[in-house]
Design a protein around this ligand. Sequence first.
Ligand code: RET
Length: 273
Amino acid sequence: MKNIESLFEYTVGQFEAIDHLLTMGVGAHLAALVFFILVSRFVAPKYRVATALSCIVMVSAGLILFSQATMWTDAFAFNGRVYEPTDLTFSNGYRYVNWMVTIPCLLTQLLIVLNIRGAALFKTAAALIFFAWGMIITGYVGQLYEVESIDQLLVWGAISTAFFVAMNWIVGTKIFTSRKTMLGGAGSTITKVFWLMMFAWTLYPIAYLIPWIANSAEGVVWRQLLFTIADISSKAVYGLMITYIAIKQSAASGYIPAQQMLNLIGQDSVQTK
Ligand code: RET
């Protein structure tokens, strides 16, 4: 099974653009990892798992992107004019497998800052993970056909989208119903998180459809650009917003280090609701 990446030759500019995008992705996630480790002490214990989950996502994403970058440079060789495919094939399939781990972490950290706890946390997380895994597995199968059969790509993509819609429905319902319970004025930030998710997560299915909409070397560059924007926004920027919400709520529930930190960034009157 091939990915469309191995069908084309790349100009030096195209080859390097992809190498740089993947390497930038590694750097962004490693930098965010250090930040999450450093600020986790400002997060009250009852929210700290949310920041810890961001750390896990950063390590996982950093490693997969490092392996994607290495695979990219091994899969093509310069012939004096362009980069042409070698015996080693590049595959985006690794990303999908990686999402089996990162998406459950991203969804669980959301539920934690939404103050969903106990049996409700377990039940909601289980439902979300069920739909997320359904989406990923069917999408993984679909992308295996991207060279051989666009019809199969579209059919599996449609099934995967049904899971995606169900998952988003639960995410949206939980955000808009739990928003009122959020402390420290975090309710308005969580609305922004919702829109960030809708934007960033939708870039992945667009990247999936590249073999259908732009089956060319340029299309491949577009696909890696979409993946990079999606990765940085759905994991690092999202994690920053989640941790910010966790700190706001920590301060509002009386956690002194969080209050000190918010004073530092200029928010000296800590709201309690
Ligand atoms: C697939 C297949 C085509 C249809 C849809 C898809 C959705 C993918 C998504 C991925 C999100 C990934 C994240 C990763 C974080 O580490 C599987 C491409 C709808 C939404 C957030």
